[in-house]
Ligand binder design. Structure first.
Ligand code: FE
Length: 297
């Protein structure tokens, strides 16, 4: 076992009854920002089913024209964005004067809270750009909290390898006793990047009430009797009596395993604003138009 955090906390996860796959989702090819091509894997119709997660975009291309425009200045309010870069460099700047560079293997965790205006622009003119952006909802009580962000360099993401040879990058939550880079009280997100060698299985305990999904981005995975092909999201059933999930790879595979505690609150979305009511959405649009949606303390 290798570990760049302490090994003392490592403990095996035992899953007796794995969740099954409820649905396979291919996602929708789309573009966002200034013409960035991406696949929207978690789309709006799935927001209630996968509460507290609102969106997952996957992007991956060697063609600069697919990403070079980036995401110029745009606002957010009411949720968190988690950008995980597998390859490439993206610079972000926001209305409070913060700036950072997100690159190979790193994560930017941004809490938009009551509002932020930011840009996310590629800092490369050629080469591969690949990664994911996940939107994680905030509870009603936290939607107007102060904006916040953290750049997490690749080396600062806790990583460990199981006895079966599965490398786990723990972005959020806790796996096998190892705390991930981020913890969140209310939604308790688990966000793992899993690299499975041929023939390996991986078990992760999950509270039955948590909504969970797997996105396979290399190879394919077996979950129960279902094969999950590359570029597919498997929504995991909240099976009564299940205590987690077991993934198996016949050939090398890579996947994200994401889970969280549902908020069970109304969701009102208009583009980059996600609130609980239509009235709050109008307020967000008015605040943005009036220049009040900036991240000043
Ligand atoms: Fe953004």
């Amino acid at each position: 076992m290798t570990l760049n955090t302490t090994t003392a906390n490592y403990r095996p996860e035992i899953v007796a009854h794995s969740r099954s796959v409820e649905q396979l989702v291919a996602g929708k090819a789309t573009s966002d920002g200034a013409g960035v091509k991406l696949t929207r894997v978690l789309t709006q119709p799935l927001q209630h089913r996968l509460d507290p997660f609102l969106m997952l975009d996957a992007f991956g291309t060697d063609q600069p024209e697919d990403y070079i425009g980036g995401f110029p200045d745009h606002p957010h309010r009411g949720f968190e964005t988690v950008t995980y870069m597998l390859a490439g460099r993206m610079r972000h700047r926001d209305s409070a004067g913060h700036e950072g560079l997100l690159q190979n293997g790193g994560v930017q965790w941004m809490t938009a809270g009551r509002g932020v205006i930011h840009s996310e622009l590629p800092e490369q003119e050629e080469g591969r750009m690949e990664g994911f952006q996940l939107w994680l909802n905030l509870a009603a009580k936290d939607k107007m909290s102060a904006p916040w962000y953290r750049d997490i360099q690749s080396a600062d993401i806790p990583e460990f390898t199981t006895p079966e040879g599965v490398t786990v990058r723990a972005i959020a939550g806790t796996s096998h006793g190892i705390a991930g880079a981020m913890q969140r009280d209310t939604t308790q997100p688990l966000y793992l990047d899993l690299h499975l060698p041929a023939g390996a299985s991986f078990a992760q305990t999950l509270p039955p009430g948590f909504n969970a999904f797997v996105f396979v981005y290399r190879g394919q995975l077996q979950i129960g009797d279902k094969l999950v092909p590359q570029q597919r999201m498997a929504i995991l059933k909240n099976d009564a009596g299940s205590d987690g999930v077991i993934l198996h790879a016949e050939a090398p595979a890579r996947a994200l395993l994401i889970a969280g505690q549902p908020l069970g609150e109304p969701i009102a979305q208009y583009g980059p604003f996600v609130m609980n009511t239509q009235e709050q959405i109008f307020q967000a649009i008015n605040d943005f138009n009036a220049g009040r949606l900036v991240s000043v303390e």
